[in-house]
Design a protein around this ligand. Structure first.
Ligand SMILES: Cc1cc2nc3c(=O)[nH]c(=O)nc-3n(C[C@H](O)[C@H](O)[C@H](O)COP(=O)(O)OP(=O)(O)OC[C@H]3O[C@@H](n4cnc5c(N)ncnc54)[C@H](O)[C@@H]3O)c2cc1C
Length: 321
């Protein structure tokens, strides 16, 4: 498949001046996603601190080229034709702790892996994040999508997030300003509307001291439950949000679609809301599975499910090769 780039040589040179060889061009994105699916980006930059993340988005914004942040790539499906403009892979992972009168505030850069952060907090005897153990992806992705599991979520523990707003600069968002709801936030809703996305640089979490053994046992219990109910391998986690009064997985399973396969993509036999790649799946195959599940559930139950996974890239002009 041939794809037209959206970036001029002059712009690439400008990024090279700033970031040297860390700036790569025409890079397949599959390696940066948990589904191992997705075509190339014109430019990819892996950043290792929040300062470089900020510099990169500001430069993209002033150069008027589209930009997109990938954290763990565990909640996105990138089209086979990839992403035009700049993709920033966020590995900014600095973490610090501050004692307050009531507990401890943990500040994490947005590229920190959420599950590793959880284990770090547990090791320090700090409770509040145990539900997040085993959730792939970064703090940034979790803050934007209000990640949650086992009755806990980001909304319950976020004190504030440091956010870069295009054209405005860096500002602090309180928990209220994030306007959280089930697997969404002000930032996620905004992404559906505009091209120039806001970027989470860091987040602060309110944690409470607790015995390490109790926190460890809780996290291990959650992890065991996850392993028992969810398939391993390449996936994006839950494909659809649970509709009110239903579980998406139950609806898809009852529609008879467990194990249904298109190309190398399959609806998991273990959990029907997980769509797994058996190796060389195409994004297009997964999108066709999404359409099949959505249509079958609507026909059989009259329920229109909303995607939890975000479709990124150009879908209209993808062609099967
Ligand atoms: C096996 C498996 C199990 C899962 N289980 C759960 C679960 O139990 N609960 C749950 O909630 N989710 C679950 N997920 C989904 C996913 O792990 C979470 O949604 C996770 O929080 C996504 O983080 P990420 O860094 O991978 O985001 P990405 O997929 O990289 O990005 C998601 C969106 O957030 C944006 N984004 C990422 N970082 C930033 C940033 N710094 N600033 C602004 N925007 C940003 C991206 O641009 C994109 O729009 C699961 C996924 C898998 C594969």
């Amino acid at each position: 498949m041939t794809v037209k780039t959206a970036v001029s040589e002059i712009t690439i040179e400008r990024f090279r001046e700033e970031f040297g060889d860390a700036l790569q061009t025409n890079v397949p994105l599959a390696r940066y996603t948990s589904a191992r699916v997705g075509g190339p980006a014109d430019m990819v930059l892996v950043v290792h601190n929040a300062g470089d993340l900020l510099t990169a988005v500001q430069l993209a914004y002033t150069k008027r080229i589209p930009y997109f942040i990938i954290g763990g790539g565990s909640n996105i499906l990138i089209s086979d034709s990839g992403i035009r403009g700049l993709v920033i892979v966020n590995r900014a992972r600095q973490v610090s702790f501050r004692h307050t009168g009531l507990g401890v505030v943990c500040t994490a850069e947005s590229g920190m892996n959420l599950s590793s952060l959880t284990r770090q907090c547990i090791g320090k005897g700090l409770g509040g994040l145990e539900w997040a153990v085993g959730i792939p992806g970064t703090v940034g992705g979790a803050v934007v999508g209000n990640a949650g599991a086992h009755g806990g979520d980001i909304q319950a523990i976020l004190q504030a997030a440091t956010v870069w707003e295009p054209g405005r600069g860096v500002t602090v968002y309180s928990n209220e300003k994030m306007a959280y709801a089930y697997r969404t936030s002000e930032l996620k809703r905004d992404q559906e509307k505009i091209r120039t996305r806001r970027v989470v640089l860091a987040a602060e979490f309110k944690l409470k001291p607790a015995p390490v053994e109790i926190l460890t046992a809780r996290a291990d219990g959650f992890n065991a439950k996850r392993k028992q109910s969810q398939p391993g391998g390449a996936s994006m986690g839950s494909m659809f949000k649970n509709p009110e009064n239903y579980y998406a997985g139950y609806l898809i399973e009852t529609a008879g679609l467990k194990g249904f396969q298109i190309g190398n993509a399959r609806i998991s036999e273990k959990h029907a809301n997980f769509f797994v790649s058996d190796g060389d799946a195409k994004a297009e195959d997964i999108r066709d599975l999404i359409a099949e599940a959505w249509n079958s559930v609507r026909e059989q139950f009259g329920v229109e499910m909303d995607l939890e996974v975000e479709l990124i890239g150009n879908w209209e002009f993808d062609e099967r090769s």
